[in-house]
Write a protein that binds this ligand. Sequence first.
Ligand code: ADP
Length: 362
Amino acid sequence: MSLYESELDANGAGTVQSNADAREESLRMVSASPINGEPVSDEELRPSGLDEFIGQPRLKAQMKLFLNAAIKRGVAPDHILLAGPPGLGKTTLAMIVAHELETPIRITSGPAIQHAGDLASILSSLEEGEVLFIDEIHRLPRPAEELLYIAMEDFRVDVVVGKGPGASSIPLTLPRFTVVGATTREGMLPSPLRARFGFTAHLDFYPRDEMRRLILRSATVLGVSIDEDAADQLARRSRGTPRIANRLLRRVRDWAVVHDLDHVDIDAVTQALDLYQIDTEGLDRLDMAVLKAICGSFNGGPVGLNNLAAMVGEESETVETVCEPYLVREGFMVRTPKGRVATLKAWRHLNLRPPEGAEPSF
Ligand code: ADP
């Protein structure tokens, strides 16, 4: 049995409470990526114009200026790169760009394009001014990437006709279009590709007051009546990520429906999210298991990733990509050259007494 399936007592000793289903469920509930069956970008809740897009005020102001200038000049704007973690609104913004420009949008993604020819056929069918959204652009295969450089810069694709030594390439002129690329791994983008974007926007996690406003807006769209402090409680548990907030709001709505509540108050939010084991800091069972392992079994660390993952019965990659970014960002854990270390905040959150010299939280 892994620590993930156990609860620790005050001394850090494990007691059995196996519940693999709950683990799966709670893990998915705080996933910033869409989970099984969930639409990538929730049509119902997606804001259609820039004015409806909540938060990120500086980015919005920059984008407004950039788009308005292109509209006034009557040209397609420069290519746009949207970078940031999943669930923060990159797809939504791409659609907003097309909406504001009043042009159609073509949607594809790096992994969907297997050959350069796939991209060439999309490019050659674009209309004047159209937006081409390429999600996960860092995952484009190299030949497609090279074809894209030329298309973005010279609005041209070279179509290869024939095979072998007799093959020739015919340049095909493309209409002016705008690529909107989205990436969760900006560092993986080759610099020639990055250099072809005239506007780069970095999306960041949303602060709590923006999350609260976002939840209030989503509640209005869904027809859910919710108190300000209930929305605030939901905001607190949503990890600064709109996709998670919208998912949790729907689960809270389920709770209200089943309990015949015509209004969501803070008790409803607390009870519904406690059921899904998402605590007041937005930590789920796996996050808690990781902290309990570091404090309970390794006296606060440092502990290596593989040991930690083995202790909680998860793949190292899951611990590294699913839990750690949030735990580090929220100051529950620090990464040191010797391994992962729990901070004072983690000890306090677990209601455990920290050892002498425990790592202070920032
Ligand atoms: P990404 O492409 O970065 O993974 P999405 O654009 O798909 O994220 O956003 C996830 C969901 O969150 C969307 O369905 C949208 O409804 C909502 N959302 C994201 N950002 C905002 C925002 N700033 N204001 C309102 N809703 C948002």
